[in-house]
Write a protein that binds this ligand. Structure first.
Ligand SMILES: [Fe+2]
Length: 281
């Protein structure tokens, strides 16, 4: 069994909308103490470590977050979120964290971890503000899925399940920044795998499980989000245990727990519309 402690969307910085960034460093410190007591095999940070301001401020905020992460006993793997990329490059983040931030496949024994560090830049200079998944990132995911020989956990900042954003404070009315416009192709890439696959992401600031093609997609609540916790930070962090099944428990004030059995079986390609003449209209 592999135990992975997960924290996401730390959003250290000035509070913005419902994000309680003013509490981030203290809560990250509590997460660190908890993780050191729990002794997971590894720690995952799914991105959005800060709330962006400008390049100089953001570099300082990222360094303050990195300083707290450095207290962890277990190895930590970071993924960049959109706020880590508004004013900083991937190389800037890698420099501050002292870590490589390219795609990575890590052998965990019975499972493997695919750190799918797809581009998380939100483009604001286009007719429709949003993400744009580079083809090279899609190809890495596709090749990883095609060649996977053991159950695989895929971690990213941006979720690709296509799950409903109804009720989501940020994204119900901003769907173009909830996922990639190419998310359907990412799902098709994942469905090529002949092994059990599960996905975990941050970004959408709520706890969800959505199954697509027999693949459970999880999203974990932000450490400091307050839209589900009446103005107080959710203090959310999780422990994911990979074995014959997946056990995922999110602690804090927005708790969530699930046991999942991802399947290597995939759905048959879907039927044509039941009413062909309606479809032809
Ligand atoms: Fe994000």
């Amino acid at each position: 069994m592999t135990r992975i402690a997960i924290v996401t969307d730390i959003h250290h910085g000035t509070p913005s909308h419902t994000k309680r960034g003013d509490t981030a460093l203290e809560l990250l410190g509590q997460f660190t103490d908890w993780a050191n007591a729990e002794k997971p095999d590894l720690v995952l940070d799914l991105g959005d470590r800060i709330s962006d301001v400008d390049s100089q401020t953001d570099a300082r905020l990222e360094r303050e977050v990195a300083e707290v992460f450095s207290r962890l006993d277990a190895p930590v793997h970071h993924i960049c979120g959109n706020h880590d990329r508004d004013h900083l490059s991937v190389a800037d983040n890698a420099d501050i964290l002292g870590a490589e931030l390219g795609h990575q496949l890590i052998d965990l024994g019975d499972w493997q971890l695919a750190l799918w560090r797809a581009d998380a830049k939100i483009h604001r200079d286009r007719p429709r503000v949003g993400f744009d998944l580079p083809e090279t990132d899609l190809l890495w995911l596709s090749r990883m899925a095609q060649t996977a020989e053991k159950p695989t956990l895929v971690a990213s900042h941006v979720p690709v399940s296509g799950h409903s954003q109804i009720g989501n404070y940020y994204f119900q009315r901003n769907a173009s920044v909830s996922t990639y416009p190419q998310a359907d192709r990412a799902r098709e890439a994942l469905a090529q795998a002949r092994v059990p696959v599960a996905c975990i992401a941050g970004h959408v600031h709520w706890n969800t499980v959505t199954t697509v093609d027999g693949i459970p997609h999880m999203t974990q609540q932000s450490l400091t989000e307050s839209f589900t916790t009446a103005g107080e930070p959710a203090r959310a962090w999780g422990m994911l245990t990979l074995g014959n099944t997946i056990h995922w428990k999110v602690l804090g004030d927005d708790p969530f727990e699930a046991r999942l059995t991802p399947s290597h079986l995939r759905w048959t390609p879907p039927l044509a519309p039941f009413l062909p003449d309606v479809a032809a209209e």
